[in-house]
Design a protein around this ligand. Structure first.
Ligand code: AP5
Ligand code: MG
Ligand code: ZN
Length: 214
């Protein structure tokens, strides 16, 4: 099963993707996580991506599309995948349709996780993430047992550079301008399932499971 998780920054794409991976064994492709790993490793891709990410702007389509195409051809994607944070623009969505067609694949579901702006800002400024395994925490609702140490792998739990209030506001504006049009795009394609994301994560997940079974 091939799924796209669509939603504003902080909607819970990463949180729900982790649950789907556990329940369904799908490959998790988070373009944001790919870029953050490249930044940490100090690769040329990381250096290029960092200046866009720190400003809350999108990395250029040509860069992102190339990376996702490569990733989709890796063996673990054969059983199905979850795209988290991609596509984010209409050209990315068009490129995805083409890339999948050339591999004899297609999307089965596009899940839009909907959360209002005030809740998103609150979530993002309270989010923390493990630098090693990517597990997502929140200082208000789901802290690690030991301060800034990941429960799963002992890695450092950190605040993302782009989770400051100023950058978050710009990321939300960029989402409204560039990514929200994909909701209509996928509705017209008959693939969209909208989920109310402003509820406990397990309730949101139950609805996602029901939507992908339907
Ligand atoms: P990316 O890493 O994709 O960030 P994003 O889209 O801004 O989304 P987030 O990861 O911030 O939020 P999320 O929906 O995953 O929420 P989470 O589950 O963590 O992208 C970062 C940057 O990379 C972009 O700005 C851009 O520069 C670049 N980039 C990436 N992809 C790109 C692309 N395709 N094209 C161009 N550029 C690209 O949850 C957030 C918090 O809320 C957590 O603390 C969590 O614990 C909490 N939470 C989750 N669910 C719930 C719930 N139901 N109730 C209460 N709290 C909850
Ligand atoms: Mg995420
Ligand atoms: Zn960890």
């Amino acid at each position: 099963m091939n799924i796209v998780l669509l939603g504003a920054p902080g909607a819970g794409k990463g949180t729900q993707a982790a649950k789907l991976v556990e329940a369904r064994g799908l490959a998790h492709i988070s373009t944001g996580d790919i870029f953050r790993a490249a930044v940490t490793a100090g690769t040329p891709l990381g250096l290029e991506a960092k200046r866009f990410m720190d400003a809350g702007e999108l990395v250029p389509d040509a860069v992102v599309i190339g990376i996702v195409q490569e990733r989709l051809s890796e063996p673990d994607c054969a059983v199905g995948f979850i795209l988290d944070g991609f596509p984010r623009t209409v050209p990315q969505a068009d490129a995805l349709t083409k890339a999948l067609a050339s591999m004899g694949k297609k999307l089965d579901h596009v899940i839009s996780i909907d959360v209002d702006r005030a809740a998103l800002i609150k979530r993002l400024t309270a989010r923390r993430q493990c630098r090693s395994c990517g597990r997502i925490y929140n200082v208000l609702t789901s802290r690690p047992k030991h301060f800034n140490v990941c429960d799963d792998c002992g890695g450092e739990v950190f605040l993302r550079d782009d989770d400051s209030v100023g950058t978050v506001t710009n990321r939300l504006d960029v989402y409204d301008r560039n990514t929200a049009p994909l909701i209509d795009y996928y509705r017209k394609a008959g693939l969209l399932r909208s989920i109310d994301g402003d509820r406990p994560a397990d309730e949101v997940f139950a609805d996602i499971l029901a939507a992908v079974r339907a």
